[in-house]
Write a protein that binds this ligand. Structure first.
Ligand code: PLP
Length: 246
């Protein structure tokens, strides 16, 4: 083994390792890694942590909060114009216009009210932002995502509203084998004639690739562990949150 091709920068090393693993997983299923988009999920990481990855050639990034992205990305994009920015988290309807103005792809379209808000925002901004429909693939009560049974109707409504739908997205239940959920999402996408599948994170992106992922969302494996949030952010929750504090 020669060390000549191993990059010195830790961010570049992590990127190279993820790209290697992507190639191996793709090869096992006769796919090309070139057909799989690596979204570097940079949420909670500041510009100083992001720049080395850009310098190493990474161009596609993901964030999960509109406000945090508005603070970080305009300056980074000024320095590197061909950045593609994805919103991978939950989106509140009242942030739809800001999201449409800032992001190139939105992964969390999961309900009719958000669809209406996004359609209006896209009309207002004069910009059609392609979306993934997020599916609540494990039928988890507290999780975002469209119920499986309601997904075909949401896809049809998005098409009626002239919102470009790229494919389906999911976050499978934690701590159980994700493969069956990835396979189910792939089957749903096939039935709807949708080509792209946003699935797979740091712990399971190789499995996701072997089951057809076209867009993987990888944070920790590229940036290291995220710092735990100091306190809950007001308004960041979704639906009913059980009060554990009494
Ligand atoms: C944070 C996040 C990721 C990245 O998770 P890692 O485990 O750090 O790779 C992917 N998808 C979504 C929706 C996220 O919120």
């Amino acid at each position: 083994m020669t060390t000549a091709s191993i990059p010195a920068d830790p961010a570049a090393q992590r990127l190279a390792a993820v790209r290697d693993a992507m190639r191996r997983a793709a090869r096992l299923t006769d796919r090309s890694a070139d057909d799989i988009r690596l979204i570097a999920v940079s949420k909670t990481h500041d510009a100083d942590a992001i720049r080395p990855l850009i310098a190493a050639g990474q161009r596609v990034f993901g964030e999960n909060r509109v406000q945090e992205s508005q603070q970080k990305w305009p300056a980074l994009r000024e320095a590197q114009e061909d950045i593609e920015l994805h919103l991978v988290g939950q989106l509140q309807s009242n942030k739809a216009a800001e999201a449409v103005a800032l992001f190139d792809v939105i992964h969390g379209l999961d309900r009719p009210s958000l669809l209406t808000a996004l359609a209006r925002a896209m009309d207002g901004e004069g910009r059609r932002v392609p979306c993934f429909i997020q599916v609540n693939i494990g039928a988890e009560e507290q999780k975002g995502g469209c119920p499986i049974a309601d997904t075909p109707a949401l896809i049809a409504a998005a098409r009626d509203a002239d919102i470009p739908i790229l494919g389906l997205m999911c976050v499978p239940p934690a701590d159980v084998e994700p493969a069956p959920f990835f396979a189910l999402l792939a089957k749903m996408a096939r039935e709807e004639g949708l080509e792209r599948l946003s699935m797979g994170m740091s712990g399971d992106y190789e499995t996701a690739i072997m089951l057809g992922a076209t867009d993987i969302r990888v944070g920790t494996a590229l940036f290291g562990e995220r710092p735990a949030p100091a306190r809950p952010v007001p308004g960041s929750g979704r639906g009913m949150i059980r009060n554990s504090g009494g």
